[in-house]
Design a protein around this ligand. Structure first.
Ligand SMILES: *Cc1c(COP(=O)(O)O)cnc(C)c1O
Length: 323
């Protein structure tokens, strides 16, 4: 058997590092959702995690393992989404300097939040500059360590702690569904599931507009696509990672897709029925269950809610437009 990039022991070690630092987020149930689906659903609420998404887990786990030299040098990343805020906050907590490469036209709220957590922002032009190349050049010039958003063993292991907590809380599950972008969350959670509940099938959920993960699992090769147009901005990835795909290929049963309309419907469901704010990407797994993409009847099903960072006016607009 080939050795995978991460093991359950890595997830357990990550969980120890996160103890007392990350929130142990609640697992909610909903009678309405159970009646609608005929299943017993357990929602793991990472929208209530620090900085509003599970990404804190992986970022903190990665920076916590820096050598003294790396800690003195600082961390850099080129993601403008939740990973940026996760890196900035984690670095701040660990006394490490952080540099975030962001496009000039990044939303003001994201720039503000990242600065608020103590991150230094370097802007680039997304039409003429390659953010990865810029990130690598800055890393080399300034002695910073680059932590990518998903294709990194310490990031993947950290994300897996969310599923570990869910199994500890909910007990045996027949199915576990998580959102899927580059696969850090799915690969980490599948690793935890394999160890804690070997009979549990793990399913990734991605936007219909960008089903590269589904095609990759079907063909056995990483499929590359153009940046997909979808409301799920946290899952606008163009391809899975080399490391995440190795785990996903071995440990994930299936990848399904949902439409933007189904994501908005799910945001409405969460707000009106469960009183929680969930961002579009955070709704992927729940949308698949609520819209019948997976047969869940009579099963115990874990549903990972991955994040809650959505501008409130934007939230209102989306919900209103859906009627
Ligand atoms: C990053 C992100 C995802 C996708 O995670 P991957 O590890 O890239 O698959 C899903 N939901 C939210 C809220 C995110 O921020």
């Amino acid at each position: 058997m080939s050795t995978l990039p991460i093991t359950f022991e890595d997830v357990v070690a990550a969980h120890d590092r996160l103890r007392g630092v990350a929130h142990r987020t609640p697992v909610l149930t909903s009678r309405t959702a159970n009646e609608r689906t005929g299943a017993q659903l357990f929602f793991k609420c990472e929208n209530l995690q620090r900085m509003g998404a599970f990404k804190f887990r992986g970022a903190y786990n990665a920076i916590a393992q820096f050598t003294p030299e790396q800690k003195a040098g600082g961390v850099i990343t080129f993601s403008s989404g939740n990973h940026a805020q996760a890196i900035a906050l984690s670095a701040n907590l660990l006394g490490v300097k952080s540099v975030i490469v962001m496009p000039y036209d990044a939303p003001a709220v994201k720039v503000g939040a990242t600065r608020g957590y103590g991150g230094e922002i370097v802007f680039y032009d997304r039409y003429t500059e390659d953010r990865e190349a810029l990130g690598q050049r800055l890393a080399a010039e300034r002695g910073l360590t680059l932590i990518p958003p998903y294709d990194h063993a310490h990031v993947m292991a950290g994300q897996g702690t969310a599923a570990k907590e869910l199994f500890e809380e909910a007990g045996e599950l027949d199915l576990l569904l998580t959102p899927l972008g580059g696969g850090g969350l799915l690969s980490g959670c599948a690793t935890a599931a394999h160890a804690l509940a070997p009979a549990c099938a793990v399913i990734g959920v991605e936007p219909e507009a960008g089903n590269d993960g589904q095609r990759s699992l079907q063909t056995g090769k990483i499929v590359h696509i153009d940046t997909p147009k979808t409301l799920a901005d946290g899952a606008q990835t163009q391809h899975l990672g080399n490391l995440t795909f190795e785990v996903i290929r071995e440990r994930v049963s299936e990848i399904v897709t949902v439409s933007d309309a189904e994501l908005v419907d799910t945001m409405k469901f969460f707000a009106s029925r469960m009183k929680i704010v969930v961002e579009p990407t955070g709704c992927l797994a729940a949308a698949a269950v609520l819209h019948g993409k997976v047969d869940v009847r009579g099963k115990r099903v874990g549903v990972l809610i991955s994040g809650g960072n959505v501008d409130l006016l934007r939230f209102a607009e989306l919900v209103q437009a859906a009627g």
